[in-house]
Every structure is written in structure tokens, then in C-alpha cells.
Design a binder for this molecule. Structure first.
Ligand code: ATP
Length: 603
């Protein structure tokens, strides 16, 4: 996929500050380069497109010979020639042209739906594989808009786009050749007025391309704004900010409106410009042609055939103009899609050769002088070293913002250290694929995210094969069996969007039960008891002890009571390990730990 879509070797800078720049960033290229980028999406349909090309060629040829048949028929009127053969030919040509035209239309729409599906599939699959840092730098709503609205716009490249342009060009030149055969003077007059129209439309089309990109960006920003607001609706209500937030979304919607109006102005210009040129051509051809028929320089059949060709010339031109404008919109959408496709996905392969196998008895995890900064470059971890023996229970504690969650994120390899080494069972983690590393550990995030769906859906996320009995057992271990027992739907009980039907503590325990079910060697827990009452905390402490019996557990905790009986406690302050030991040892050796403990009445 990377090669196909040319995923960039170097990713764009992805800081929170850079977010606006990235989203607004315009990626432009030459039309041929654009078509090359479109090709991977069209390639699966290349055979269908060849068939469509043949069907459309037949439809075009039939449309082009129709005036000739009519010319013959009219010129034969009044002469002593049998007309029925000519009549039937004309009827057959008319019906055939309509039939092939309809077939072409259907096949194109069918292909277009396939292209949209293929693009969505590729885009979603790519979106879910971006490096974690890239999500930090982007707005979810804008990404949603790219999957929804922008991919839909690609449809028109196929339906009214490429093929209409091809068949229009064919029809245009076919008509010119046949018009030249009928009357060269009239052809010159027609072409002059048509070319004026085409030139003006092309100029407008170029402006539309830029306008379309702006309109799509505005829709993306609006979706992001709605997503932001709905995602924090309770906070917004409670803060009395509903009115202000409504204004924010409406502002974003107004920007989309203004961009839409700008586009409307431009496309409103196209129609009259084309109409004036087309009507002008008809009037002049009728006038000059009528005079020539009256003077006997031209037959009536020739004039009728010529007028039909003028019609055949301008109809595809109108279509081509429509196609041109929708292609402009589609190419702008393709820009936005490719902008995401060009971000290199999270690498899964090991970045270093395997090296020598680990010595027996190596710690299960080891940080060796690890430094780390997020994209903004501010150092967050400054030389962290610690090791976690296999089967131990390790707690990471310390003041807020010190880098505890970041440490867990580095263990999961969501980010890479700027320097230093992290080892898993003695092996540098870079000698393993991310997938392999993650297959050894379950991770419960600080926010304990819960996916919309049922309790069972959430529990089976990391253990799709788990039976209902196993799910109930996991719930029991975290003291949460009652939510399934009380609901008539049992394990099928919904948790709501983002888990809103659950309490904060229930969400945490559900996330924990999910991690337990996955049954992996290492369990990483980020503040698993921050939202539970003291009785539940005891249940969880017991669950923690039991879990740690046959696993390595690393817990980030503010509530020291939860982790006081850990095998080792690592105290992290401002990105450094300032002390390591057991609760009793730290009470003696670490003033900061003693202070934290005394605040929590543990001394
Ligand atoms: P807490 O106890 O409050 O959860 P913590 O010790 O877990 O805090 P971290 O979440 O690791 O601290 O954050 C350490 C620092 O890194 C903080 O200053 C925070 O602002 C910053 N930080 C965290 N996540 C990101 C991110 N995705 N991008 C940029 N900076 C971040």
C-alpha cells in the first residue's frame, strides 16, 4: 500500500501547534501526476472501464451517424425513392444510441460506487494504521470528513468525469469532421463562437478547483467542530458554554456556506456563458444557413443535418464543462485523501537486526537511559532507567505531568525514544516488530476508553474467541458481574457511545476486565483505580494481587494505597526516576515519596 500511494518516507511534523498548518496544507500537482494518483483506485475496474469505453464509442458513433441518416431522409423527400428503409435505419440508430447511452451510464455509476468503496476501504485501513503521534496532530472530525464527504466526491470522476470527457471529445471531433463534410463556412462560424465559450469556461473552472478545495476544507473543519462539541457535551452544558459552542460550530458552518456561495457564483457564470455562445452559434447558423438554402447554395437536408451537428457539438461540450467542474471538485478531494495516504503508516517491521538472544533471567522490561520528547520538542523524559523483573508487581508513582503515562506509551511503542534503549526480556524492542511486542502485553489506558456496543463486544476486543463464561469470570474478577446480571440483555447490554451508560469506575473496570481476558504476560495499568470507591478499590487490589501471581504487572497510580504492597515502586518526577524501592524503603529514602504518602495519610 505504501508504494502504491507513495507514502512519504518522512512524515510531516506533527505537533499540536502544527495541526492547523497540516490540515490547511495544500498539496498540488500537475494533472497527469494527479491521474497517476487516482489510478490505484481505478485499477481494479480497468476491464469494466474498457467495456465502458467500447459501449460509449458505439453510443457516440450512433449519435454521430443519426444526422447523416436524417439528412438522407430529408433530401430524399419529394424524390421518387422508397423511404421505409431509411426510416427504419433512423429508428434503429436512435434506439441503439439511447440504449448504449443508458448502458454506459449504468456501468459508470456502478464502477463509481466501487471506486468509492475501494477508496473508503483503503483510506480507513490506512487511517487505523497511522503512527499514534499523527492522531495527536489531527482532528478526528476532519479525518471523518475525508472518509465520508471527500470519498463521495471521487464518484463524479468516474460518472460525469473521465468518460464523459473522453466521449465528449470524441463526439466533438466526430461532429467537426462531419460538419466539415456538410458545410465548411458554417463550421468556421460555429467553431468561433464555441471556442470563445470554452475558453471562458476553462478560466472559471480553474478558479472552481481552488474554491472546491476551500469548500471541502471548510466542511472538514465543521465536522471537526461538531465532533469536538458532541464529544464533550456534558462538560459544555455544565460549563454553560452551549451558546458559545453553538456559535463556534455555526461559524465553521458559515465558512462552509461562504465557500459554497463562492462556488455557486462561479458555476452560475458557466451556464450563461455557454448558453450565449451556443444560442449565438444556432442563430448565426440558422441565419446564414437559411440564406444559403434560399439562394439554393445548400439543401434543406444539409441545413437540418448541420443544425443537428451543432447540437451534437455543444451538448457534449456542456457535459464536458460539467465533467470538468466535477473533476475539479474530485481532484481537490483527492488532494485531501492523498494527504492522509501519504503519511507513512506505523512501521511494523523490526528496525534493527535480531542480534544475540537474551541472557536467561533478563528483566522482562528494562529502560536504559531513555530520553523522550513529543513532537513539540519539549523534553518529557530525561534519562530514565529502571528494570522490571519477570512476574513482579511494579508501581510507577509521582507528581502529575512527570511522565508516567508517557513511560507506558513508550513500552507499547506508540512513540520512539529520542535516545536510550528499551529492552524486552533482554532484547532491544527495536529488534522486534511492534505487533510481536504488543502481543505480550495488555494495556489499560488512563481514560479507560469504552467502544460503543455491548459489554461483550468490549470484552472480546482483545479476545475474540472468549466464551460467555470467560467474559463473566473476567467481570467477576473486577467486581463488575452485576452490570451483566442486572440487565435483561446480560452481556449484550449496551454501554452507550463512549461508554456513557456506565459510571467512570465501571468503565475503568470494564477496560481492566478486557485486559485480563486477553491473558497476556504483562499487564500495563494506567491509574486503574482513580474513579472507584474504597470498597471497589479493595476488590481491584485483590484482583491486582491475583493477576500478578502469574504475570508481570506495571501500574501507574496516584493512590499509593493501591500499590503500597508492590514488589518495587518507581518514583518519577519531571521526567526522571528519583527513587526506587519498596513502600517501606521509600518512606525512609525518598522525601518526595514520604510527602506523597503523608498527604494520603499512609504515614
Ligand atoms: P498524570 O499523573 O497527570 O497522568 P503523567 O505523569 O502520566 O501525568 P504524562 O501524561 O506522561 O504525565 O505527561 C508528561 C508530559 O507530556 C506532560 O507535560 C504533558 O503535557 C505532555 N504530553 C502528554 N501527552 C502528550 C502528547 N500526546 N503530545 C504532547 N505532549 C504530551
Amino acid at each position: 500500500m505504501d508504494d502504491e500511494f507513495g507514502a512519504a518516507e518522512e512524515r510531516p511534523a506533527s505537533s499540536r501547534e502544527g495541526r492547523r498548518v497540516l490540515i490547511g496544507e495544500s498539496w498540488r500537482g500537475k494533472p497527469r501526476a494527479k491521474l497517476r494518483e487516482l489510478w490505484p483506485f481505478l485499477r481494479p475496474y480497468r476491464r469494466t472501464l474498457v467495456v465502458v469505453a467500447i459501449v460509449s464509442l458505439i453510443a457516440t458513433v450512433l449519435a454521430l451517424v443519426q444526422p447523416l441518416a436524417l439528412q438522407r431522409l430529408v433530401n430524399s423527400l419529394g424524390q421518387d425513392i422508397p423511404l421505409s428503409g431509411l426510416m427504419w435505419t433512423l429508428i434503429a440508430i436512435t434506439l441503439g444510441s439511447a440504449l448504449f447511452g443508458a448502458l454506459q451510464d449504468f456501468m459508470l455509476r456502478w464502477t463509481a460506487e466501487g471506486v468509492v468503496l475501494g477508496t473508503r476501504r483503503t483510506l480507513v485501513s490506512h487511517l487505523l494504521r497511522l503512527p499514534v503521534a499523527d492522531y495527536d496532530a489531527r482532528q478526528v472530525g476532519d479525518l471523518i470528513s475525508r472518509v465520508g464527504a471527500d470519498t463521495t466526491l471521487l464518484r463524479s470522476v468516474v460518472t460525469s468525469g473521465l468518460f464523459n470527457i473522453v466521449s465528449s471529445v470524441l463526439m466533438f471531433f466526430g461532429a467537426i469532421v462531419l460538419m466539415a463534410l456538410v458545410d465548411v463556412t458554417l463550421l468556421a462560424i460555429t467553431l468561433a463562437s464555441v471556442l470563445i465559450g470554452v475558453g471562458s469556461v476553462l478560466a472559471i473552472g480553474i478558479a472552481m478547483r481552488q474554491g472546491s478545495r476551500r469548500a471541502q476544507e471548510a466542511v472538514g473543519a465543521m465536522t471537526a467542530s461538531v465532533e469536538r462539541t458532541l464529544g464533550a457535551i456534558r462538560t459544555i452544558r455544565a460549563a454553560g458554554a452551549t451558546e458559545r459552542e453553538t456559535d463556534r460550530v455555526v461559524d465553521a458552518a458559515s465558512a462552509a456556506y461562504r465557500a459554497g456561495i463562492h462556488m455557486a457564483r462561479l458555476s452560475a457564470l458557466i451556464q450563461p456563458v455557454m448558453s450565449i455562445c451556443i444560442q449565438g452559434a444556432f442563430i448565426v447558423v440558422l441565419g446564414v444557413g437559411g440564406y444559403r438554402v434560399a439562394s439554393g447554395a445548400m439543401s434543406l437536408g444539409d441545413l437540418i443535418a448541420f443544425l443537428l451537428y451543432v447540437f451534437l457539438l455543444v451538448t457534449p461540450l456542456g457535459q464536458a464543462v460539467g465533467a470538468f467542474t466535477s473533476i475539479q471538485a474530485a481532484l481537490a478531494a483527492l488532494d485531501r485523501i492523498m494527504e492522509v495516504m501519504k503519511i507513512a503508516p506505523e512501521a511494523n517491521d523490526a528496525s534493527l537486526p535480531r542480534g544475540t538472544p537474551a541472557a536467561a533471567g533478563a528483566p522482562v522490561l528494562e529502560f536504559d537511559d531513555v530520553h523522550f520528547a513529543y513532537a513539540d520538542g519539549r523534553p518529557v523524559l530525561t534519562g530514565i532507567s529502571f528494570s522490571v523483573p519477570k512476574g513482579s508487581r511494579t508501581a510507577i508513582v509521582g507528581p502529575s505531568g512527570g511522565g508516567k503515562s508517557t513511560t507506558l506509551a513508550l513500552i507499547e511503542r506508540f512513540y520512539e525514544p529520542t535516545s536510550g534503549v528499551i529492552r524486552f526480556e533482554g532484547r532491544d524492542v527495536r529488534t522486534m516488530s511492534r505487533e510481536e511486542l504488543r502481543s505480550h502485553m495488555a494495556y489499560v489506558e488512563q481514560e479507560a476508553p469504552v467502544l460503543a456496543g455491548s459489554i461483550a463486544d468490549n470484552l472480546r476486543l482483545g479476545a475474540p474467541e472468549a466464551t460467555d463464561a470467560m467474559l463473566m469470570d473476567a467481570l467477576r474478577r473486577v467486581g463488575l458481574q452485576s452490570i451483566a446480571e442486572r440487565s435483561p440483555l446480560g452481556l449484550g447490554a449496551p454501554v452507550g457511545d463512549d461508554g456513557v451508560l456506565l459510571s467512570g469506575g465501571q468503565r475503568q473496570r470494564l477496560a481492566w476486565a478486557r485486559a485480563l481476558l486477553a491473558d497476556l504476560e504483562i499487564l500495563l495499568l494506567d491509574e486503574p483505580t482513580s474513579s472507584v470507591d474504597s470498597r471497589t478499590e479493595q476488590v481491584l487490589q485483590e484482583a491486582l494481587r491475583e493477576t500478578a501471581r502469574n504475570r508481570t504487572v506495571i501500574v501507574v497510580a496516584h493512590r499509593l494505597a493501591t500499590v503500597a504492597d508492590s514488589d518495587q515502586i518507581i518514583v518519577i518526577e519531571a521526567g526522571r526516576v528519583i527513587a526506587t524501592g519498596t513502600h517501606a524503603e521509600l518512606l525512609v529514602s525518598s522525601p518526595l515519596y514520604r510527602e506523597l504518602a503523608s498527604h494520603q495519610l499512609l504515614v
